[in-house]
Design a protein around this ligand. Structure first.
Ligand SMILES: NC(=O)c1ccc[n+]([C@@H]2O[C@H](COP(=O)([O-])OP(=O)(O)OC[C@H]3O[C@@H](n4cnc5c(N)ncnc54)[C@H](O)[C@@H]3O)[C@@H](O)[C@H]2O)c1
Length: 354
């Protein structure tokens, strides 16, 4: 039985708490939640008596096996470091991991240096079907990858939502982004330090030599396409569509592939994320989504903003200047309470989402 602490139990944290209380091999033993009424409500909802206002006071009393940190992003770094220094075996946070690149580095490095499994939370990259499609691609079932594209990158938030696209692309291609060139609108946002409303088009060069076109405009697709000479894997914000060969009229032929079923699919890709996290703690197996993945996504977003800001200048990764930053939209950075989107107590108690 893995003893779990939930740190930050708002809208997203409650989804983690639901999953961790459902799995047979995990038990939520403590919750750190800043808002006193919500703390009380989630304690009642999940049957947890050890309730604290923040991570330091929780860690003072309890060292859990797993810390699932889902505060607003501005608090991730301090909480990750506090958990790592106390001896927690597995730590997860969510997206975006940080605003300043060196903060993301610090989080990844402290966990790596102490042998702590550092997982990346609720990303589509962890979706079982996406993982399966990536395994098929990597096993060469479709032939050699020759091209890739990202559609509606981040939907107006390249660091917040954009990490979904970058981490899925890296998974499907099995490659890192090594160079970026980008154009962005509106221009005034480029110096704002914030990604809120920034729409970025560009091109990523991958370490495999493949070029990935990056589109921001609304179009029928909203994920990533990866193709070979005769096949296409299309992640369109759900289980990937697979195509191999062509019909007589030249259109692509859809494969009717049955993805493997999995338990606890009511939690969607959070299931894949948490189950791979637990397996990684138990056996050292690969994470479906790691803190490193979140860091890479932030780095690509910052590189693209820099490229566009400097006038479509090609930028190589890894970035030398680790003090560069990109802040997500205010809700992600500071949370619903700070931004006037307070979650009603009835919802925190498990009632319908208002
Ligand atoms: N992966 C996804 O699909 C996804 C979706 C939504 C949100 N998120 C991310 O999850 C995070 C939280 O988002 P949310 O929608 O749950 O926000 P939220 O505002 O509903 O919840 C955040 C909770 O953290 C608590 N909190 C704030 N500071 C704290 C601290 N220092 N210690 C303990 N608790 C603290 C708040 O009181 C609040 O209850 C953000 O980083 C957001 O970007 C990810």
């Amino acid at each position: 039985m893995h003893r779990v602490a939930i740190i930050g139990c708002g809208r997203m944290g409650q989804q983690y708490a639901e999953a961790y209380t459902t799995f047979p091999d995990t038990e939520v033993v403590a919750i750190a939640e800043h808002n006193p009424e919500r703390r009380e409500a989630v304690g009642r909802r999940f049957g947890v008596k050890a309730l604290y206002p923040d991570a330091p006071s929780l860690l003072n009393d309890i060292v859990p096996d797993i810390a699932a940190i889902i505060t607003p992003s501005r608090f991730y770094k301090d909480a990750v470091i506090a958990c790592a220094e106390t001896g927690v075996k597995g730590i997860s946070c969510d997206k975006p991991i940080a605003a300043v690149l060196s903060d993301a580095d610090e989080m990844v490095e402290i966990c790596a240096s102490r042998g702590i499994v550092f997982a990346g939370g609720n990303l589509q990259r962890a979706m079982n079907e996406l993982q399966e499609a990536a395994r098929m691609l990597r096993a060469g079932e479709f032939g050699q990858i020759v091209g890739a594209a990202i559609h509606q990158w981040g939907n107006g938030e390249i660091s917040g939502g954009g990490c979904q696209h970058v981490s899925a692309l890296r998974l499907l291609t099995g490659a890192e982004v090594e160079a970026v060139v980008a154009w962005a609108t509106p221009k005034e946002l480029l110096d704002s330090g914030n990604d809120d409303g920034l729409r970025v088009n560009g091109r990523f060069r991958l370490t495999s030599g493949v070029e990935c076109s990056v589109f921001s405009e609304p179009n029928p697709y909203q994920g990533a396409d990866v193709w070979t000479a005769d096949s296409l894997v299309r992640w369109n914000w759900g289980p990937p569509e697979l195509y191999r060969g062509f019909e007589d009229d030249g259109t692509r032929k859809r494969l009717h592939h049955e993805y493997a079923p999995y338990d606890w699919n009511q939690f969607g890709y959070l299931t894949g994320s948490i189950r791979s996290f637990i397996a990684a703690i138990e056996t050292g197996s690969e994470l479906a989504v790691s803190g490193h993945d979140l860091r890479q996504a932030l780095e690509v977003a910052i590189a693209a903003r820099e490229s566009a800001r400097l006038g479509a200048v090609p930028i190589k990764l890894p970035l030398k200047d680790r003090s560069l930053s990109l802040y997500p939209r205010a809700y992600r950075w500071s949370g619903g309470d700070a931004e006037g989107l307070v979650q009603p107590i009835s919802e925190a108690l498990g009632g319908p989402r208002l």
